[in-house]
Design a protein. Structure first.
Length: 109
């Protein structure tokens, strides 16, 4: 299987998160295939033994964690407010990261 090259970064609101490969033996939690760290603005995704579609889904999942944090979603927020914030931020991520959008489209083929 050809190793997929991750995008180098993603802009989320005013922040630029670096994207790096997560070593297989370095999961934060059991069965963890990705992690988002807000302090260092870092998204890590595991690539080993994952199909391209799984890697793309994991990257989107981690981007959504970053969106949740950047948008200031609170635990007590209601569904409609959360969905509105996430949709607005996802639209901005797609607008600000055309190379990421192309990468996702290619990975999900």
């Amino acid at each position: 299987m050809k190793k997929l090259k991750l995008p180098a970064s993603v802009k989320i609101g005013p922040f630029v998160y670096r994207i790096e490969e997560m070593e297989r033996r370095a999961p934060i939690r059991e069965r963890c295939s990705g992690v988002t760290e807000h302090g260092p603005l870092l998204i890590r995704v595991q690539l080993d033994d994952f199909p391209a579609q799984g890697i793309a889904e994991t990257l989107v999942h981690e981007i959504f964690h970053a969106i949740y944090w950047v948008a200031g979603v609170l635990d007590e927020d209601r569904e409609e407010r959360i969905v509105r914030q996430m949709a607005t931020m996802w639209a901005a991520v797609m607008r600000d990261n055309p190379a990421l959008v192309k990468w996702l489209a290619d990975a999900l083929k």
